[in-house]
Design a protein around this ligand. Structure first.
Ligand SMILES: [Ca+2]
Length: 317
């Protein structure tokens, strides 16, 4: 209230001051006019007034009439491309920041991709941490061992560069893919892409289930039109199996029809405990990696490679 009153008082003072000043100004102007008339007589009005009147009329002629509506403002027309600018035939994946175009993502499976499916199927149903020999090499079917075994059957050694990196096998796989520039984050991957997840378990044992990057891996088997991805991986309780992930709805377990969109992936702790806040596969997704694009780089030395894989595996899809 004190502030409000002071504002009113201030206005009052300004008003009184203005009135007094106006009175003084009128009196001074009258005296000045009398002095000017005495000095130059009335002849100055004969020159000054016509000039002022002409200027006033000129300004009136160019100024809009007060109260009349303003003329409508025309919006600027859109820029017209030059005739030499060719319209693009399509919007590229690069322009959208995608790894693949939608046409590529939807293309029929390649022979290599069918071989990944066939290889993975030889392992489905195996117990957690089971031992298998593939092409003469022994594998333990934990998460990275399962991914390794799937590709090793195709004479692709995903562990080729693991010695260059530190951390667990999943991190070494991630770094290999990153350094070969085949990591991507498309919502529609291809069969044969590997998947890397974060925070699937408390790997560093600090009790925080949100600070453990690159803790799990799997391989894409197939993708539905609604974005549901079927991946094969080692479920640490159930063994090698196919489960689902949907990056269009990453935090939804099932849709309205009951179709499963995202499997439970992050576990509480090895010793039990509350479920993490983010536990669905889509919600702990990190990245995809295009192993098949670097298959020649990862080829097992001396192996025949994919050429010796029987094409009959196509029937396995
Ligand atoms: Ca942790």
């Amino acid at each position: 209230m004190i502030h409000h009153d002071s504002i009113i008082e201030g206005k009052g003072r300004r008003k009184v001051g203005w009135c007094a000043g106006k009175t003084e100004y009128i009196l001074m102007r009258k005296i000045t006019h009398e002095k000017q008339e005495r000095a130059v007589g009335h002849s100055s009005y004969g020159i000054v007034l016509p000039i002022m009147l002409a200027a006033f009329l000129a300004s009136c002629a160019s100024a809009p009439t007060r109260g009349a509506p303003a003329p409508p403002t025309q919006p600027a027309p859109p820029p017209v491309p030059a005739a030499s600018e060719a319209k693009p035939a399509s919007i590229t994946a690069a322009a959208l920041g995608l790894y693949r175009t939608m046409e590529t993502a939807r293309a029929a499976p390649s022979d290599d991709e069918l071989k990944v499916v066939a290889s993975a199927k030889t392992l489905i149903g195996m117990a957690p941490n089971a031992k298998v020999t593939v092409n003469g090499k022994l594998f333990t079917l934990d998460c990275i061992g399962t991914v390794s075994a799937i590709f090793y059957r195709m004479d692709i050694d995903i562990t080729k560069d693991f010695g260059k990196y530190s951390g667990n096998g999943v991190n070494c796989l991630y770094m290999t893919l990153k350094d070969r520039a085949v990591l991507h984050y498309d919502r529609y991957p291809r069969t044969g892409d590997v998947i890397v997840w974060d925070n699937t378990w408390d790997a560093n044992g600090d009790g925080d289930r949100a600070d453990d990057p690159r803790t799990h891996a799997g391989v894409v088997m197939a993708v539905d039109d609604d974005g549901t991805i079927y991946y094969v991986h080692e479920n640490m309780f159930k063994g090698v199996m196919i489960e689902v992930m949907n990056l269009l709805q990453p935090a939804v377990a099932s849709d309205a029809s009951g179709k499963r969109l995202n499997s439970s992936l992050a576990i509480a702790t090895a010793s039990g405990g509350p479920k993490p806040a983010r536990f669905l596969s889509g919600d702990v997704f990190d990245a995809f990696g295009d192993i098949l694009r670097i298959k020649d780089y990862l080829k097992v030395p001396g192996a025949a490679g994919l050429a010796r894989w029987p094409l009959a595996v196509a029937a396995a899809r």
